[in-house]
Design a protein around this ligand. Structure first.
Ligand code: ADP
Length: 260
């Protein structure tokens, strides 16, 4: 039983061994709990779109003389629920691979300024829809040893969130800078912000500050976990500063050179 503890009094070495054992069982217990939580989260996340599909398809099946427009509308909804399921499963598979370090990084010396500019170019239409100004600021040319595709995905998640969680007419600013050892990428928005007590939880899988609203924004709840894992694989770190109602700032630090 994992919740068993060893009581050892007496010789120092034995007491130390006992402590190490107790520590290890605590760790195993935690891992087991987080695994159970993960499975229950996954099931819940998959069940929600499945229930919608069920309701929509049943109402078409069992209703007589369904007007064509209704068919079209319901199938459109079914189709977007299927897209949602696919997105969740794809993100999950990618995350599991990242966790198992099954996806080796393809490291190349990369111009981060270009990398960010490409991301912003791709996300401009999304920002335009909400009349959000996307600003890019570069303080110097920064080259770093990174996996271009994976870092692109990681930073895109942050910029997409910036746009998602900022009301119309807001600003999302992305800056690139470096010192002798590290590159710094900041994604700053004028959005809804994240309450202080939630700030260290948002990197957990499926964690959302506002369960119903944030699900409606169409995300999978896995974006930040993917970003976090990717940055960690690059031996970097990620930090968030945020104030509710004022905005958020995500700071990514990536070493310029990867030590093997
Ligand atoms: P989601 O797909 O729900 O956006 P993420 O993993 O990307 O999932 O983010 C987790 C949660 O963190 C979001 O649901 C949201 O509550 C919060 N969040 C992330 N980025 C921001 C931001 N820029 N501003 C406010 N809240 C944010």
């Amino acid at each position: 039983h994992l919740d068993q503890r060893i009581e050892i009094k007496g010789r120092d070495e034995l007491a130390e061994l006992g402590n190490a054992f107790n520590h290890m069982t605590q760790q195993l217990l935690k891992m087991d709990q987080s695994r159970q939580e993960f499975v229950s989260n996954v099931s819940h996340e998959l069940k929600t779109p499945l229930s919608s599909i069920k309701v929509l398809s049943e109402s078409l099946l069992f209703q007589e003389d369904v007007p064509v427009e209704m068919y079209k509308e319901f199938f459109k909804d079914i189709n977007s629920e299927v897209d949602r399921l696919t997105a969740i499963i794809n993100d999950l598979l990618f995350l599991v691979k990242l966790d198992q370090k099954e996806v080796p990084l393809t490291i190349k010396n990369t111009n981060l300024n270009t990398l960010i500019e490409e991301i912003l170019k791709r996300l401009h239409p999304l920002a335009n829809k909400k009349n959000i100004e996307l600003i890019y600021e570069s303080f110097r040319d920064v080259y770093a040893e990174v996996d271009e595709m994976k870092l692109t995905l990681a930073i895109s998640n942050l910029v997409e969130n910036g746009i998602k969680y900022t009301p119309e007419d807001g600003i999302v600013r992305v800056t690139v800078d470096a010192d002798h050892q590290n590159a710094f990428i900041k994604v700053i928005d004028t959005g809804i912000g994240i309450p202080e007590e939630e700030q260290d939880k948002i990197f957990q899988r499926f964690y959302r500050v506002d369960k119903t609203r944030d699900r409606e924004t169409g995300g999978t709840g896995l974006g930040l976990s993917i970003t976090y894992r990717t940055v960690l694989l690059h031996q970097g770190s990620i930090k968030v500063n945020s104030k509710e109602g004022e905005g958020s700032e995500f700071i990514v630090r990536i070493p310029l050179k990867q030590s093997s």
